[in-house]
Design a protein around this ligand. Structure first.
Ligand SMILES: Nc1nc2c(c(=O)[nH]1)N[C@H]1C(S)=C(S)[C@@H](COP(=O)(O)OP(=O)(O)OC[C@H]3O[C@@H](n4cnc5c(=O)[nH]c(N)nc54)[C@H](O)[C@@H]3O)O[C@H]1N2
Ligand SMILES: Nc1nc2c(c(=O)[nH]1)N[C@H]1C(S)=C(S)[C@@H](COP(=O)(O)OP(=O)(O)OC[C@H]3O[C@@H](n4cnc5c(=O)[nH]c(N)nc54)[C@H](O)[C@@H]3O)O[C@H]1N2
Ligand SMILES: [Mo]
Length: 760
């Protein structure tokens, strides 16, 4: 057994392990917040910036998509929101001199953490074919290069336009408008890697692919189930909402293979008593095996159906379709198979059932723990079945709550960033602008990678994000990217996608959320939509990181003018001048945005987008009713001697942006190459705590995927399961291992074996 770290980045490969914490937030979080922020921004800028987060006249936190409460605190942000802001408002800079000093071949050897730590991008940069150094380039020349490569394509479908979820509504609307006027629906986005499974399952069953609850509903719920989500790290402000819900009488069940600190106890830094004592949040912890959720909810559904008077028959009769077929499938659910699939003791499920039956109003919240499996779509449909049975959709205090990731990922979809747009949306675009948008479906993320790999796509353009690091099957994805003719990234910070490029590459530096955006028509603001369908304005206040930055809307407008030239029928110049002109068009194209400008004119006064199931118990499906569905129950099969690995986030990262090397709540310090393994499994496999292993992925294609040099940490995860951080483990997720229907990479269920790391 090797007990020493293998050679590698000495900073990153020296993890230390202490006991995990059992409570989230509290005073240490405040202290840490300020220290982290001051390191990047200095004291004065820290105070100025953090006080503007999520305030009525300030900017929307670029962290997560959790909504802001009506009554706001002066400090309406959290430790991790502050890290996201510090990362953007940092005083460090990546200048042309930096690129002159560091060839791309050298940068490609650096960790993502190192790249991100270098600071904000200040100039448009160009990597000519065959060159090893990025060089500064003027904006006009940059757009010429893109136009040159796009006009050399045989079809607009050879270009791919990716979006990450920080892009504002205004920029997103323009971006899809440009792609469609060019003639393609190739608009993959981070949703394809994220909540696509939720969108697909919900659209099919309730007719709207978004959550059906508002913040107020949480405070009225009797029971909140949080499944496959780690809010203490990824949506910390949700803990305040859960605390308030509990104070109003709600009970909470958490369903997770890991005991996550935030769900155990929450020390609210905004109330004195919270700081002192902290409140326990979870009433019942179901430590489920990875991928066991569909089986769990199916059995609960059977038990509800078999309980006299438990089904809301009136609701089922009036508002739903497919009950009989579903009920027959549910009755066939079997205790033994469920216990095997979930790894749960029978008493725990019985306790959960008692809590369900005692609750009139139930909300189910979830995130990536449910969406990134082969059977994610049927799992989420089963949750819909569960809620429909007792009439828990379309009444206060009840409903579905997929907790979205990026701060505007939901808004981007609303604006038409989607590779399979609805005919109604395309009709509205056509009517408003007078060109004929393409009707062929475009590529999602996985299909875009295949197209690049196979030489069918040649230009890759990204509005934000870090496509190469966020996508699965790192080696395949990087090779695909290198085959492109041109790769372009509109970015704020340096990342891996800038150094694994096509033959030519461009980096287009842009303004962040925190920064002042001044155009010919004056100072601008943008709008965003949170996880609960609330739309509001966001206005940056800081001086831009460099005078050479353009805003995202300005970049799209200039790109469109240059690429489309005289054949465009869209007034790009007017849109760049004044974003109100963009909002006027959004108001005419997208339902729910009527009087858009008037409704966001008053600071802090956002508005809720309509949601038929929530507002009127109306289900815009094919039958006009909510659909029960009866998919066969699945769960991942794990061969003897193997573990089921989930790839997840540490407390010190934002997706591929690594803020630091600690995962405080889980007791991991100074390192990210760790694999959490249940001590019993570790003993059975003969891997000692502190030893080093390679994670070797096993999949049906027979290709061996290897992530070398992970320190084993004995950790109380569910039996048979393991956990390690993304993106270091993306190399293990096969491109073709995706969720049925949604095509989302199954990055929470990777079968691996642990191999001793080679001694050095
Ligand atoms: N600070 C910070 N905030 C973020 C992000 C970030 O990286 N950092 N990312 C943002 C984005 S884009 C997103 S999508 C969200 C992600 O938010 P989360 O979904 O909370 O993120 P993950 O770290 O992937 O955590 C997945 C959780 O699901 C559990 N889980 C894994 N497999 C299963 C399963 O089969 N069943 C069940 N029941 N649970 C399971 C894991 O143990 C873990 O608690 O957060 C957003 N907010
Ligand atoms: N194995 C595994 N893979 C996963 C996941 C997982 O759980 N496991 N999660 C998936 C999920 S849920 C998601 S959402 C994706 C995330 O995928 P992406 O959204 O593509 O990745 P991010 O890491 O969020 O992107 C970070 C980059 O965005 C740029 N950026 C930041 N702010 C701005 C801005 O305001 N404007 C612009 N133009 N650029 C900006 C910066 O340059 C930064 O380097 O990853 C997915 N990949
Ligand atoms: Mo996400």
């Amino acid at each position: 057994m090797v007990t020493k770290a293998p050679k590698g980045d000495p900073v990153q490969d020296a993890p230390k392990v202490v006991a995990p914490e059992h409570a989230a937030a509290g005073l240490p979080a405040i202290g840490r917040t300020l220290r982290v922020a001051q390191r990047q921004m200095g004291v004065r800028r820290t105070a100025l910036t953090l006080l503007r987060v999520n305030q009525e006249d300030g900017f929307d936190c670029p962290g997560c998509a959790w909504p802001e409460p009506e009554r706001r605190h002066t400090a309406e942000f959290c430790e991790n929101g502050a890290k996201a802001i510090a990362e953007e408002a940092t005083l460090r800079r990546v200048t042309p001199e930096f690129f002159a000093a560091h060839p791309v071949s050298e940068l490609a050897e650096k960790s993502g953490y190192w790249l991100g730590q270098q600071g904000r991008l200040t100039h448009p940069m160009y990597l000519p074919e065959g060159a090893d150094h990025y060089e500064p380039v003027g904006w006009e020349r940059a757009f010429d290069i893109i136009a040159e490569e796009i006009s050399a394509l045989d079809s607009p479908d050879e270009a791919v336009f990716y979006t990450s979820g920080r892009t504002s509504n205004e920029a997103a609307f323009l971006y899809q408008l440009f792609a469609r006027e060019l003639g393609t629906n190739n608009l993959p986005d981070c949703s394809n890697l994220c909540h696509e499974s939720s969108g697909r399952a919900l659209t099919e069953t309730i007719g709207v692919g978004k959550g059906s609850v508002l913040l107020e509903d949480l405070y009225q719920a009797d029971l909140i189930i949080v499944a496959g989500q780690n809010p203490g790290t990824n949506h910390p402000r949700m803990l305040s909402a859960l605390e308030r819900a509990k104070a109003a009488g709600a009970r909470i069940i958490s369903v997770n293979p890991l005991p996550e600190a935030g769900l155990e106890r929450f020390k609210n830094p905004q109330t004195p008593q919270g700081l002192l004592r902290g409140s326990p949040l979870t009433d019942l912890f179901l430590q489920i095996r990875i991928g066991g959720d569909q089986a769990l909810f199916r059995l609960l559904n059977k038990l509800i159906i078999e309980t006299e008077g438990a089904v809301d028959e009136e609701f089922v009769r009036q508002h739903t379709h497919g009950y009989e077929e579903f009920a027959a499938a549910a009755r066939a659910a079997d205790w033994d198979r469920t216990l095997a699939a979930t790894g749960l003791p029978r008493e725990r499920i019985e306790e959960a059932l008692r809590m369900v039956l005692a609750s009139r109003r139930i909300i189910v919240c979830w995130a990536m723990g449910l969406t990134q499996h082969k059977h994610s779509v049927p799992t989420i449909r089963e949750i819909v079945n569960f809620l429909l049975l007792r009439g828990n959709i379309g009444r206060p205090g009840a409903g579905v709550c997929p907790v979205r990731g990026h701060s505007n990922v939901q808004g981007d979809r609303t604006m038409g960033i989607v590779e399979r747009p609805s005919p109604a949306f395309l009709d509205a675009l056509e009517k408003e602008f007078g060109f004929t948008p393409p009707r062929r479906p475009g590529y999602d993320v996985v299909r875009a990678i295949r197209a690049l790999r196979d030489g069918e796509a040649k230009v890759f353009f990204a509005m934000g994000g870090n496509f190469v690091a966020a996508s699965p099957d790192t080696e395949v994805t990087e090779a695909a990217m290198r085959r492109a003719r041109l790769t372009v990234h509109v970015s704020t910070k340096l990342n891996r996608s800038h150094v694994v490029t096509g033959a030519r590459a461009l980096i287009l530096p842009t303004l962040g959320r925190t920064e002042r955006d001044v155009q010919a028509g004056g100072e601008q603001f943008v709008t965003v939509e949170d996880s609960m369908g609330m739309v509001h304005a966001s206005r940056g206040r800081l001086e831009p990181a460099s005078p050479h930055l353009l805003s995202e809307p300005a970049i799209v407008c200039r790109l469109a003018r240059r690429v489309l030239g005289g054949r465009s029928v869209v007034p790009w110049e007017e849109f760049e001048r004044d974003y109100a002109a963009i909002r006027d068009r959004i108001a005419r194209v997208i339902p729910g945005f009527e009087d858009f400008n008037a409704r966001v004119a008053h600071p802090g006064k956002g508005f809720a987008l309509p949601h038929a199931p929530r507002d009127e118990r109306r289900f815009p499906t094919a039958t006009g009713k909510a659909h029960f569905t009866a998919a066969p129950v699945e769960h991942p099969e794990v061969p003897e001697g193997r573990l089921l690995l989930q790839t997840l986030r540490s407390h010190d990262q934002y997706n591929t942006t690594v803020y630091g090397l600690d995962d405080r709540y889980r007791g991991i310090r100074n390192g990210r190459r760790v694999v959490l393994v249940n001590p019993e499994d570790a003993r059975a496999l003969g891997v000692a705590d502190g030893s080093y292993v390679d994670l070797v992925g096993e999949w049906k294609d027979g290709v061996e995927r290897r992530a070398p040099g992970f320190r084993v940490v004995h950790y109380p995860t569910a039996r048979g399961c393991a956990a390690a951080y993304y993106p270091e483990t993306n190399v293990l997720v096969p491109l073709d291992a995706t969720a049925d229907v949604s095509n989302t990479p199954a990055s929470k269920s990777v079968v691996v074996r642990l191999e001793q790391s080679a001694a050095d």
